[in-house]
Every structure is written in structure tokens, then in C-alpha cells.
Design a protein around this ligand. Structure first.
Ligand SMILES: Cc1ncc(COP(=O)(O)O)c(C=O)c1O
Length: 222
């Protein structure tokens, strides 16, 4: 809050806190008592409807629970994310989708993924090496409470991506990011789907403090 006030922001701002071990010792371990915190902020401009993106399934595999716990937002995971996004961009896509070692859909390099099948939202479980994002949680709640749409949390095999009626990423930075093409295959009719559009609108209302039902998501800065 203080960081936002000091920077006199009156726009959407991405806030990134990084907690780290602050030690001059040589050995890499987590036992050092010195903890430190760095927070930086990045103005994002006004919230606006997102353009659809085209994504690919990455040749890079999502880190596993027993490597670097993907449930934590560990900075070390982001080398793997950067490799996947770089590969996607170099191949003419906008972003990547990671599979798990068992070839189930996991998530994006910095986003959770949802697909819609038969009018129901589906998103991978924590056992498929996802970070349990707060936006994922918010969307599941809004979909249930505002649209009466339940989310099924289950593994998604890769081919099911291509059969989805709609697909989108969620994340603090991307908010709701519609996906209309995966591996050059059109999702649904290749346009942003009606449920994705509705959820995006409801999400904006929520984070901008325009829906009193979700006022607990908002903290006044000034
Ligand atoms: C790997 C990964 N998955 C998912 C997310 C989405 O999480 P949240 O909605 O909490 O921002 C992020 C956000 O940074 C992420 O880095």
C-alpha cells in the first residue's frame, strides 16, 4: 500500500514481492536466518478487454513437485517458464502451455489455464504441477456465483485442448487472457467465446470494486 502511495499511482499496477535469503555464505541452503524482502511495482495502464492469443504446447515440461515445488512461486521456476515463452515467441506464437511429465496439461509459464467443454469449466488439479493461482480461485467463484457454472478440477489430456469450446489463461498479470488457437488449431469457432467474455467482464467489475458482493477483494489505497 505504501509503495503505491509513494509512487502516486492512479492506474492498474502489478506488484511483485520477492522474499529471499540474504546471506554472504557460500553454501546454497535455506537454513540461514537472514530473510529479506524486495517489492517492485509496474504500472500496467488501464484495464481493458484482452485480444485473443495463439498458443502452442511447449516442448519444455513443467517442473515437478519433487524438483522445485511448482505450488510455490519460486523464482527458480521462472527459468523454465522463460524457456517455454521464448520458444513460443520464436515460433510465432504468443505464449506456451506446459504439459506435466505424464503429458497432462499443466498451465502456462505464468498463468493457469481453463477450458470449457460441454458448457462446464475445466481446470487442472494441483497434482498436475500447477501454481494454485488466486485468479484461478476468483474465476471459479465468480463463475459459480454469478453464472451458475461449476468448475471441474481434473486432469486434461493434451488432445482435449483441441476439442475445447473455449479456452483462457488466468493470472494477476494477464487477468483473463482468451485463447483462440492452440498449435494452429482453432478453439471453438476461433473467436473469443461467450463464457470467456462474460467472465472477463465480471472479473473486471470485481477487481475494480464495482461488485459489492466481492468487496473483500478490494483495499482502498488513498
Ligand atoms: C506459473 C504460474 N502459474 C499461475 C499463475 C497465476 O497465479 P495468480 O493468479 O496468483 O497470479 C502465475 C502467476 O504469476 C504463475 O507464475
Amino acid at each position: 500500500m505504501k509503495l503505491l502511495q509513494l509512487n502516486k499511482y492512479y492506474t492498474t499496477v502489478y506488484i511483485r514481492p520477492i522474499a529471499y535469503k540474504d546471506s554472504n555464505e557460500e553454501s546454497a541452503n535455506l537454513l540461514y536466518p537472514e530473510n529479506a524482502l524486495l517489492i517492485y511495482s509496474l504500472p500496467m495502464g488501464e484495464i481493458s478487454e484482452k485480444k485473443a492469443i495463439s498458443v502452442c504446447v511447449s516442448s519444455w515440461t513443467r517442473v515437478m513437485q519433487n524438483m522445485i515445488p511448482p505450488m510455490t512461486k519460486a523464482t527458480a521456476c521462472y527459468l523454465s517458464s522463460a524457456l517455454a515463452t521464448t520458444e513460443a515467441l520464436e515460433n510465432g506464437f504468443d505464449e506456451a502451455i506446459f504439459l506435466t511429465i505424464n503429458e497432462n496439461v499443466s498451465e502456462g509459464p505464468g498463468e493457469n489455464i481453463f477450458i470449457i467443454r460441454n458448457g462446464v469449466l475445466v481446470t487442472p488439479p494441483v497434482t498436475d504441477d500447477i501454481l494454485e493461482g488466486i485468479t484461478r480461485d476468483t474465476i471459479m467463484r465468480i463463475a459459480r456465483e454469478e453464472l451458475g457454472i461449476n468448475t471441474v478440477i481434473r486432469s486434461i489430456p493434451r488432445p482435449e485442448l483441441y476439442l475445447a469450446e473455449e479456452a483462457f489463461f488466468t493470472g494477476t498479470a494477464v487477468e483473463i487472457q482468451p485463447i483462440t488457437e492452440i498449435d494452429r488449431i482453432k478453439i471453438g469457432n476461433g473467436e473469443i467465446g461467450p463464457i470467456t467474455k462474460k467472465l472477463e467482464q465480471l472479473y473486471f467489475e470485481t477487481v475494480q470494486g464495482n461488485n459489492p458482493r466481492y468487496s473483500s477483494y478490494n483495499t482502498p489505497v488513498y
